[in-house]
Design a protein around this ligand. Structure first.
Ligand code: ADP
Length: 469
C-alpha cells in the first residue's frame, strides 16, 4: 500500500522550500549589501570632505606665530568654512580657543579626550557613524608648529539629508524585496499545487486501475511531462483492458469448449447406464461417440497446452531449417486426408528457402495451414504450397480452392476459438485454435502471417520469415 508522504517529504515541499529559502537568502544579501556599501561610500566621501577642510584650517593656523584665542578667531574669519556644522579649535592641552556658533565644546572635549593620544602623536583622526537616520562625522587634524602639536582642529558634521536619502532608498528596496518575495512565493505555491494536483490525478488513476477498474482513464489535458505521463498511463490501461478482455474471453471460450464434449460424454454414458435393455449395436454406437468426444477433448487440451507454451516461450534453439524438406513431410502425412476428399496437393518450393526456426515448429505451421486448406476445400479442389525467396525473406504460401472466409470474418480467424462455420469445423475435428497456434509459432521465429482471398475463390495464407543465409 503506497503511503501518502508527509508534507516535508513531498515533492511539493522540495519544489517549494528550497527556492523560497534561496530567494530569501538572496533578498537578505542584496539588502545588506546595499546598506553597507552605500554607507561605506558615504563614510569615505565624508572623510575626504572633512579632512580636506581640516588640512586647510590647520595649515592656515600653523602659519601663525602664536596660537591664541584672538589670533585664531581672526584667522578663522578670513577662512570660508561652509557645510560643516561645527568647528572647534583647541590648543595642545585641549583648551578651546575657538568654537563656531553651534559648536558644542563639551562634546568636543569628550571626543578630544577619546582621541587625544592619537592626535597628540600628530595623526589625523576621523570618526563617522550612521545612526537615527543621520551621518555623524568628525575629524581631528593636528596643528603642527615647529615639529610639535600646537593645537587641534576639530570638525563635526551631522548630515541628516544624506541619511534620509539613504533610508528612503533602503526602504524602497525593502518594499520591492518583500513584494517580489511574496509574489514569488505565491507563484511557486500555485505552480507546485497544480503540479501536485495533476500528479495526484495520475496516482488516483493508477490506484483505480490497480483495483481492477480497467475502464478508468486519467482525465488529463495539456502537453507537459505530467500530461505525457497520464496519456502513457491511459495507453497502458488500454492495453491492459484489451489483454484482460482477451483473457476473460479465452477462459470463457475454453471452458465452454471443454464443457461441450464433457456434457456429451456424460449424456451418452448416462443413457447407457440407465437403459438396461439397450441393444449392443446402440451401445457400440454410443461408446464410439464417447471415444470421439474424448479424443476431441484431448485435442483441445493438447492445443491449449501448446498455446500456453507459446505464450511463455523463450526461443531455446534456432537451427537452419530447410522449408522444402518440412513441406514434403507434412504433405506426406496429409496425403491420405486429401485423397479421401479427392483433393490434389501441389508444392513448388524455391531452392535456398532456409529459415531460422525448429523443424517441429515449422512442421506445425505447414501442417495446420495445409490441413485447413484440405478441410475447408471442395471435392476435387487443389492445394498449392509454394515458397519464394527474396534477398532477406522467405515467403511461404498455402493456397486452396475451397469455400474461403467471408470478409467480415477475415480479421478474426487468428483469434483463439474463432470458427467461421462452427458445424463444419467441428465435423472436421477442428478446435478453432489451429490458426492462433500458427500465428504465435510463426511470431516466435520472426515470421508474420496474413490471410487473403484467393483467385477465383478459396484462401491464400502467407507467412513471411526472415531468410537465413
Ligand atoms: P479450426 O480448428 O476450426 O480449423 P483454425 O484456427 O485452424 O480452427 O481456423 C479457424 C477458422 O478459420 C476455421 O474454423 C475456418 O472457419 C476458417 N479457416 C481456416 N482456414 C481456412 C481455409 N483454408 N479456408 C476457409 N476457411 C478457413
Amino acid at each position: 500500500m503506497a503511503r501518502i508522504p508527509g508534507f516535508f517529504r513531498s515533492i511539493q515541499a522540495k519544489i517549494l522550500i528550497i527556492p523560497i529559502l534561496m530567494l530569501l537568502a538572496f533578498v537578505l544579501l542584496i539588502n545588506t549589501y546595499f546598506l553597507t556599501s552605500s554607507r561605506n561610500i558615504t563614510f569615505s566621501s565624508k572623510r575626504s570632505f572633512l579632512q580636506s577642510h581640516g588640512f586647510m584650517i590647520s595649515s592656515a593656523l600653523s602659519a601663525l606665530d602664536e596660537l591664541s584665542g584672538d589670533r585664531v578667531r581672526q584667522a578663522m574669519s578670513l577662512l570660508e568654512v561652509n557645510d560643516v556644522n561645527a568647528v572647534i579649535i583647541t590648543d595642545d592641552k585641549g583648551e578651546t580657543l575657538y568654537s563656531s556658533e553651534d559648536g558644542d565644546t563639551e562634546a568636543s572635549e569628550s571626543l578630544y579626550t577619546a582621541y587625544v593620544d592619537q592626535v597628540q602623536g600628530g595623526n589625523d583622526v576621523f570618526y563617522s557613524r550612521f545612526s537615527d537616520g543621520a551621518f555623524l562625522s568628525c575629524s581631528f587634524t593636528p596643528i603642527m608648529s615647529r615639529g610639535t602639536v600646537a593645537g587641534v582642529v576639530y570638525l563635526f558634521e551631522n548630515d541628516t539629508e544624506q541619511g534620509s536619502v539613504l533610508l528612503k532608498m533602503y526602504e524602497t528596496l525593502l518594499q520591492f524585496s518583500i513584494a517580489i518575495t511574496l509574489v514569488a512565493i505565491a507563484a511557486m505555491t500555485i505552480v507546485s499545487y497544480r503540479i501536485m494536483r495533476r500528479v495526484n490525478t495520475v496516482l488516483d488513476g493508477i490506484k483505480n486501475v490497480r483495483e481492477g477498474a480497467y475502464t478508468y482513464r486519467v482525465p488529463i489535458s495539456g502537453s507537459d511531462e505530467i500530461s505525457t505521463l497520464g496519456q502513457e498511463f491511459n495507453r497502458l490501461t488500454d492495453r491492459l483492458q484489451k489483454t484482460e478482455e482477451i483473457r476473460r474471453r479465452f477462459v470463457a471460450d475454453a471452458s465452454h469448449e471443454l464443457k461441450t464434449p464433457l456434457a456429451s460424454i456424460r449424456l451418452l454414458s448416462d443413457s447407457i447406464l440407465q437403459n438396461e435393455n439397450m441393444d449392443s449395436e446402440t451401445v457400440r454406437e454410443f461408446v464410439d461417440d464417447i471415444a470421439h468426444e474424448s479424443s476431441r477433448l484431448a485435442r483441445i487440451t493438447e492445443k491449449l497446452l501448446t498455446l500456453t507454451r507459446l505464450d511463455n516461450a523463450v526461443i531455446s534453439e534456432h537451427k537452419r531449417v530447410d522449408v522444402g524438406g518440412v513441406v514434403n513431410t507434412a504433405l506426406r502425412m496429409l496425403r491420405p486426408l486429401a485423397q479421401e476428399r479427392n483433393i490434389t496437393l501441389n508444392s513448388a518450393i524455391a531452392p535456398d528457402s532456409v529459415i531460422a526456426a525448429t523443424e517441429d515448429d515449422l512442421y506445425q505451421i505447414v501442417f495446420n495451414l495445409a490441413e485447413n486448406a484440405i478441410k475447408y476445400n471442395v471435392d476435387g479442389g487443389r492445394v498449392d504450397i509454394t515458397s519464394q525467396v527474396t534477398s532477406d525473406q522467405v515467403i511461404l504460401s498455402v493456397a486452396d480452392t475451397g469455400v474461403g472466409v467471408p470478409d467480415e470474418d477475415l480479421p478474426h480467424i487468428f483469434d483463439r476459438f474463432y470458427r467461421v462455420d462452427k458445424a463444419r469445423s467441428r465435423e472436421a475435428g477442428g478446435t478453432g485454435l489451429g490458426l492462433s497456434i500458427v500465428k504465435d509459432t510463426a511470431a516466435l521465429h520472426g515470421g508474420e502471417i496474413t490471410a487473403e482471398h484467393g483467385e477465383p475463390g478459396g484462401m491464400i495464407f502467407r507467412v513471411v520469415f526472415p531468410r537465413e543465409l
